[in-house]
Design a protein around this ligand. Structure first.
Ligand code: GRF
Length: 215
């Protein structure tokens, strides 16, 4: 299972995925990490794991389409089985998404379809939900709204802040993302319309109910 990972920043999901590869939990290789930000910490993480990392500068291109054409070409040279978005903070052109249809995944720090877009954790706090979490999904042209592969639920405590919730969700992100890549590598994941079927996966086993005091 060879993958290319796109990042823009911290790279903690990249790190979790790279660790899973280096521990042999996922077979294959992270062939390349691409960042649209020169200073992304994730590029350093790539180096630490001996993974090729490249900064591709958006300002060197006329527009989003031109950038994405270059990106697609660069990614295809690596011939990956899957393209993994891990905190990649640029809107993708339709051309990019079409180029990797069914082979492009993203992680979002909410239970989609709630709180799409930026600052999902803050949106959850501001809204006052009692549960949030993270979602790994296939990428379609609808932002943060592709078919859901897995979701992990995180309870929101009264005292949670954007920062503390982000941290709690992140701990699950680091578990579900490598898991999904492993599932895909084992050819256990099938898309049927909006439904994603993961052969043999156990869903619905977490104790996700609210604390009911009187009943
Ligand atoms: C994560 O919260 C992820 O869900 C979102 O961007 C953040 C990336 O964090 N898409 P990191 O760069 O992997 O640490």
């Amino acid at each position: 299972m060879d993958i290319v990972v796109l990042i823009s920043g911290r790279g903690s999901n990249l790190q979790a995925i790279a660790r899973a590869y280096s521990e042999g939990k996922i077979k294959g290789k992270i062939k390349l990490v691409i960042s649209n930000k020169e200073k992304a910490k994730g590029l350093k993480i790539a180096r630490e794991f001996g993974i090729k990392g490249e900064f591709i500068d958006p300002s060197a291109f006329k527009n989003r389409e031109e950038y994405d054409i270059h990106l697609v070409e660069r990614i295809k040279k690596e011939n990956p089985d899957l393209v993994v978005l891990a905190g990649y903070m640029r809107i993708l052109s339709d051309y990019f998404i079409e180029s990797f249809e069914g082979k492009l995944v993203n992680i979002h720090p909410s239970l989609t379809p709630a709180f799409k877009g930026l600052k999902a954790q803050k949106q959850a706090i501001d809204y006052g939900v009692k549960f949030s979490g993270c979602t790994v999904h296939f990428v379609t042209k609808d932002l943060d709204a592709g078919p859901v592969i897995v979701q992990a639920v995180v309870p929101v405590a009264l005292e949670d802040t954007e920062e503390s919730l982000t941290e709690k969700i992140l701990a699950y992100e680091h578990r579900v993302y490598p898991q999904v890549i492993k599932w895909i590598s084992e050819k256990r994941v099938r898309i049927s319309g909006r439904q994603v079927i993961v052969e043999g996966a156990r869903y619905g086993t977490l104790p996700v109910n609210p604390a009911l005091e009187d009943f």
